[in-house]
Design a binder for this molecule. Structure first.
Ligand code: SF4
Ligand code: MG
Length: 320
């Protein structure tokens, strides 16, 4: 609710704060138990910062993060450390997040030890089971991260997140560093694990086809805000926000009959240090009016669980 993460811009000899990068600038999102919520948008729109701020890997500047009746943003470090058992993250680059000096066994055992889960024997049994669940073998446990391919490393990253039996996993571009041929294997693994472990998944990606493959609902972000949320079907068949439409028009469709006219976005993504006034999309929006330049639209329910942040959509002036 109202989640914000602003990074100070420091400059000059005395490192005075001269402004803020508004990476996440007031996000309202709900993730329902058991669903996979996709978060999409161009790079630099604040997707990763949103994920990290929810998990308190970054401290929120403002807002609330309710999970199981607790506001994570208000927990002490120690309380948050205990919560981490339920809230795990899978990173884009598993290599950077796996300690190269540790064996896979040590990495997975540490994950359990940090949360005081089980005896040593129980921990061993758990990780031996987990390594096979993610599609590797027990023998792999004695090796180091550099012995594995990118896809295998991501399986290890997933095992590390899963071994503590979390309720929510936030996966930040978990396949975008991998070869296309490996991507679908990892996506299918996540899909299976989600079912098997009754997980709730937040899946961050710049790639709409990946999101389409995996997600139940999708939130589209632009410059630190959510501009549209809907279930996957609605979003892909009936996108309403002009930005969502432009994003989707660039994705090839299976049936050429449905081919959408390609909407080209003019101009670059503006800097989150100096976002445009009003609707921050207005300099690039083909429908922008004077109102759009001065007043920020709110994220409003337009029916059927679809939320859109656009004046023209709210006024019914943009045919869907
Ligand atoms: Fe475009 Fe205006 Fe809607 Fe923003 S509010 S997306 S500028 S029409
Ligand atoms: Mg990112």
């Amino acid at each position: 609710k109202g989640l914000k993460k602003h990074f100070p811009i420091k400059s000059g000899f005395f490192k005075k704060t001269t402004g803020y990068v508004k990476a996440v600038d007031g996000i309202d999102l709900q993730v329902f138990p058991g669903e996979t919520l996709g978060i999409v948008g161009e790079s630099g729109c604040g997707k990763s910062t949103t994920g990290r701020t929810i998990l308190r890997l970054l401290e929120p500047t403002a807002g609330e993060v309710w999970f199981d009746g607790k506001d994570l943003a208000r927990l002490s470090r120690e309380e948050m450390r205990r919560m981490r058992k339920d809230l795990q993250m899978v990173f884009q680059d598993p290599y950077a997040s796996l300690n190269p000096r540790m064996t896979i066994k040590q990495i997975l055992m540490e994950s359990l030890a940090v949360h005081n889960i089980g005896t040593r024997e129980e921990r061993l049994a758990t990780i031996e089971e987990m390594i096979e669940i993610v599609g590797l073998r027990k023998e792999h446990l004695n090796r180091h991260p550099h012995d594995f391919s990118g896809g295998q490393r991501q399986r290890i990253g997933i095992a590390r997140a899963l071994v503590v039996k979390p309720k929510l996993i936030i996966a930040d571009e978990p396949v975008s560093a991998l070869d296309v041929s490996i991507q679908s294997q990892i996506l299918n693994l996540l899909k299976d694990l989600k079912k098997e472990f009754n997980l709730t998944l937040m899946f961050i990606s710049h790639d709409l086809s990946v999101v389409k493959h995996l997600c139940d609902r999708v939130a589209v972000m632009y410059l630190g805000r959510v501009v549209e949320i809907a279930d996957k079907r609605t979003l892909f068949d009936n996108p309403s926000h002009p930005y969502t439409r432009a994003l989707l028009s660039a994705v090839p469709v299976a049936k050429p009959r449905q081919k959408r006219e390609r909407i080209l976005l003019t101009g670059d993504l503006p800097s989150p240090a100096n976002p445009p006034s009003g609707c921050t999309f207005h300099p690039r929006c083909p429908h922008a009016t004077d109102l759009c330049k001065t007043k920020a639209p709110s994220l409003a329910d337009i029916g059927g669980g679809q939320f859109v942040s656009c004046h023209l959509v709210h006024a019914g002036e943009l045919a869907t």
